[in-house]
Design a protein around this ligand. Structure first.
Ligand code: HEM
Length: 157
């Protein structure tokens, strides 16, 4: 029994299609290599925290600025979240096992910053600028002092 001609054509076309697929470049070859965002140095993240905090402190009680203030708080949270995975130079310079322990302490302190930024946001959402101000001049200021004392390089080195 012979295969009808139309069927043979179909087989040939299917075979050609499979060969073409196998020969085609894979997605890796077609797609450009994924571009990682340029890593931001810790000092820039810190400058960002400072700038957002300044805006928040200056516009805290202005209802017209409420959406912008909330956006700046959210930006602070993003930066604190980013900072906690970074390594300060004072930590990078340590020998193991001290380095790992200090890195965890840094991460923990940045988590506290993140938590306070969330508290700050909730006071703003609740329309309590006085309590929001309390977070800025209380826990956030203390965390900044503690963090810099423990992790920033001495200027007079
Ligand atoms: C809202 C809280 C914070 C603000 C606004 C802030 C702001 C800043 C600013 C403006 C700088 C640049 C240098 C200077 O002016 O002193 C800096 C540097 C630095 N901060 Fe903070 N900071 C905060 C919290 C923290 C915390 C909690 C830590 C540690 C857990 C920390 C660790 C550092 C380190 C290690 C540097 C030096 C970075 C470098 O030069 O590579 N900061 N910070």
């Amino acid at each position: 029994m012979t295969t009808p001609r139309r069927c043979r054509h179909r087989y040939t076309l299917a075979a050609l299609f499979i060969v073409a697929l196998a020969a085609a470049p894979g997605p890796q070859a077609l797609d450009p290599p994924p571009t990682e965002p340029a890593p931001m140095p810790l000092v820039d993240v810190m400058e960002g925290l400072k700038a957002h905090l300044k805006f928040i402190a200056q516009h805290l009680s202005d209802p017209a600025e409420r959406p912008a203030v909330l956006e700046h708080v959210h930006d602070m949270q993003r930066l604190a979240w980013l900072a906690k995975t970074m390594t300060p130079e004072t930590v990078a310079a340590l020998p193991e096992p001290d380095r790992s322990a200090r890195q965890l302490e840094f991460r923990r302190t940045m988590n506290e910053v993140l938590i306070q930024c969330c508290r700050l946001e909730m006071h703003l959402i609740d329309g309590s600028p006085a309590q929001a101000w309390g977070i800025i001049k209380g826990p956030l200021l203390k965390l900044r002092e503690k963090g810099h004392e423990q992790f920033q390089e001495d200027d007079d080195g």
